[in-house]
Design a protein around this ligand. Structure first.
Ligand code: TYD
Length: 141
């Protein structure tokens, strides 16, 4: 069993899975079903060959996202301003919902890591909080 999640706006996501035995496995994500929002944008992160690569280092004011590791592995840290939680992602069928107002970082990527992100809205830099002190002020307002 995965450990309890103590940060707000964060949850485990399990996709629908169809196992075709020796012909492989299908993982299925649909808007407002497995994914708790309407998906407007998909992006993926790869080429993570630098051992000390660090991504994220921001929070979103309103954006909702679900992160999957569809190849390899990485670690995710989420921080709601009160609590921090660490996740190890290595299974394409299990993702993490990262909702609004969560400072998050991604690190310890395996060489072959591919991160798939499903997002509730289009890219908008105005929705980002990229300074940790500003993030704390935002969540404590
Ligand atoms: P960022 O969201 O900070 O990446 P990560 O969370 O993976 O570390 O984005 C990195 C850069 O890419 C930043 O300059 C904004 C740009 N970007 C877009 O133009 N469109 C997008 O959809 C995303 C996710 C990023």
């Amino acid at each position: 069993m995965p450990e309890d999640i103590k940060v707000k706006n964060c949850q485990y996501i399990d996709l629908k899975q169809v196992v075709d035995e020796k012909d492989g496995v299908l993982s299925i994500a649909e808007s407002n079903r497995e994914i708790p929002f309407e998906i407007k944008r998909i992006y993926y992160i790869y080429g993570l060959t630098y051992p000390k690569a660090l991504r994220g280092l921001h929070a979103h004011k309103a954006l909702k996202q679900v992160l999957f590791c569809v190849n390899g592995s990485f670690k995710l840290m989420v921080d709601d301003g009160l609590n921090k939680q660490y996740f190890y992602l290595a299974d394409p069928n299990h993702g993490i919902y990262v909702g609004p107002e969560l400072w998050h970082t991604m690190f310890e990527f395996s060489d072959n890591c591919i991160i798939l992100v499903l997002s509730s809205d289009y890219y908008d830099e105005v929705d980002y909080i990229r300074n940790y002190e500003a993030f704390l002020a935002h969540v404590r307002r």
